[in-house]
Design a protein around this ligand. Structure first.
Ligand code: GDP
Length: 298
């Protein structure tokens, strides 16, 4: 993941090593190369602009450390700015004071929501919670069965509409799911919702209705990192539509460029909470901006 960006940034910064002093021209040249590397990594243009402006300003400014030579100083600045655009501090999941905590998943079809529901459930169990999943994706054939399968693998119960029990409305399923979680004393409920292949008014309306009905503590926007710049457009549409409180990046294992990871926080203003990097339930972790920045800088 991120090999090209990582290699390029490392080599750009390596070129500075051995220089006793950095001239303005050195800094400008370095900033230009970083800009190209970020654009080639498919990072959104406004994000690149802000990033480069900060690097230049800080590198040319009076941030001179006694302990570091100028090249190390630039590396430090680039690292800190990367951590910044990735969100700064690790953002923890918001838990309700009065359980159950309700987590709603939203995103396009194929983004990895159902898989994520299982990953999240497994992770939550590991944290000592007693999660339950609710199957509100009644759109995609097999989505309910798929959620039941991942629920079983994760060892958590799944609330799903039974054939013939008259529940064909995802909003009603969500409501009943929360009631069931309260009754059975689950402390976290993860609500899987329907996506479409592209942003679609009906899908957004349904997500808005589910959000209004269940009043989630977190709405997690799930986005496939492999779609690059499109991740930013999709994120903007969901942000303006249903709205969300956090982002989950999926398929980071297949994202060779890193554009989505580096853009989505800055563009939407919402933090990345988790990252998925494979199809298995354990290919999942809390997202740490500092660790990701270190990985990018090699
Ligand atoms: P949904 O339509 O949003 O519920 O998406 P799914 O959970 O069905 O995922 C769509 C496809 O992406 C499935 O084939 C998953 O196995 C796969 N998938 C999900 N997360 C990841 C991931 O982090 N990495 C990889 N490589 N594949 C993933």
């Amino acid at each position: 993941m991120f090999n090209t960006l990582s290699d390029r940034l490392t080599s750009v910064l390596q070129n500075l090593r051995g220089k006793g002093r950095l001239s303005e021209a050195d800094i400008d040249a370095t900033a230009r190369e970083i800009r190209v590397a970020l654009l080639e990594a498919d990072v959104a243009l406004p994000v690149v602009r802000t990033f480069i402006a900060s690097i230049k300003e800080r590198a040319k400014g009076s941030e001179v450390s006694q302990a570091l030579n100028p090249a190390q100083q630039v590396v430090k600045i680039v690292n800190e700015e990367l951590v910044g655009i990735l969100g700064g501090e690790t953002r923890r999941l918001n838990l309700a004071k009065n359980p159950p905590t309700v987590i709603m998943l939203a995103g396009l079809q194929g983004a990895g929501k159902t898989t994520l529901a299982g990953k999240l459930a497994k992770w939550l169990r590991g944290q000592g919670h007693t999660p339950m999943l609710v199957a509100c994706d009644l759109q995609r054939p097999n989505a309910v069965t798929q959620l039941q399968v991942v629920g079983e693998r994760a060892g958590v119960p799944v609330f799903a509409p039974e054939p013939g029990n008259g529940v064909g409305d995802p909003v009603e399923v969500a409501r009943r799911g929360i009631e069931e979680a309260k009754r059975a004393q689950h402390d976290v409920v993860v609500v899987d919702t329907a996506g479409r292949l592209g942003v679609d008014e009906e899908m957004m309306r349904q997500a808005i209705d589910i959000r209004a009905a269940v009043q989630p503590d977190e709405v997690l926007f799930v986005v496939d990192a492999m779609i690059g710049q499109d991740a930013v457009n999709t994120a903007t549409a969901f942000s303006e539509g249903v709205g969300f409180t956090g982002v989950v990046l999926t398929k980071l294992d297949g994202d060779a460029r890193g554009g989505a990871a580096l853009s989505v926080r800055e563009v939407t203003g919402q933090p990345i909470l988790f990252a998925s990097n494979g199809e298995k339930l354990e290919d999942f972790d809390v997202f740490h901006p500092d660790r990701m920045a270190s990985r990018i800088l090699g």
